[in-house]
Design a protein around this ligand. Structure first.
Ligand SMILES: [Zn+2]
Length: 209
């Protein structure tokens, strides 16, 4: 079955979309050489989380790839991005008890057929062994963050996130696709801390700096 699928849909590079050679997985050798990892922990201004990590800068080929993943049905990219994210998390050397993702709009998830942030969370969970759960949910509708100024982003998500479960005294990792101003991640962290979480970290596939 996999061979038939591979014939019908030959795997292409996540970044440049060229057909992959037999020895290449997820990305081509050319893109592998020119990858720009995000490197150092990403610091937002006074967020409720301790630190944020990201695999790639939100620019160039990584930006195009994460947008294809988020909006255009390239669901299979989750595996590649989660692999890079899991490596970064393991290098950070922090022990998390639980992985969560910012809540997505149910209508959008239904239309798209997958929850982009939670799918990444599940894949990172499989690779790191840290359990993932849908602990956060939306308590009201929010506008799309795209095009909003930082203050508008904060207002848009303020008090919009609810929590179910038990995180008391736990270290929680929020997994997301794109970290922009950190407003959503910070609001998620605030909710988690109000519910007793000890520490909250963020791990994104891409981040603006
Ligand atoms: Zn490539």
């Amino acid at each position: 079955m996999n061979r038939i699928l591979a014939l019908l849909f030959p795997p292409k590079c996540v970044f440049c979309q060229k057909l992959l050679k037999e020895n290449e997985e997820h990305i081509c050798d050319g893109c592998k050489k020119s990858l720009k990892y995000c490197g150092a922990p990403y610091a937002a201004k006074k967020p409720y989380y301790e630190k944020a990590y990201a695999a790639f800068h939100y620019s160039g080929a990584a930006r195009s790839a994460i947008l294809r993943y988020k909006f255009y049905g390239f669901k299979s990219y989750a595996d590649y991005f989660a692999g890079e994210m899991a490596d970064i998390w393991e290098n950070a050397g922090i022990k998390a008890d639980l992985i969560v993702s910012p809540p997505s709009s149910r209508i959008k998830v239904f239309k798209k057929g997958y929850d982009h942030a939670f799918l990444l969370a599940k894949r990172v969970s499989e690779k790191t062994g840290v359990p993932a759960g849908k602990a956060l949910f939306k308590t009201r509708r929010t506008k799309p963050m795209y095009g909003l100024a930082p203050a508008e982003r904060r207002a848009n998500v303020s008090d919009s996130i609810g929590f179910k479960g038990d995180v008391s005294n736990k270290t929680v990792l929020i997994v997301d696709d794109i970290l922009t101003t950190g407003a959503t991640a910070s609001e998620c962290a605030r909710t988690l801390k109000n519910n007793g979480a000890k520490e909250v970290y963020v791990l994104a596939a891409t981040a603006k700096k």
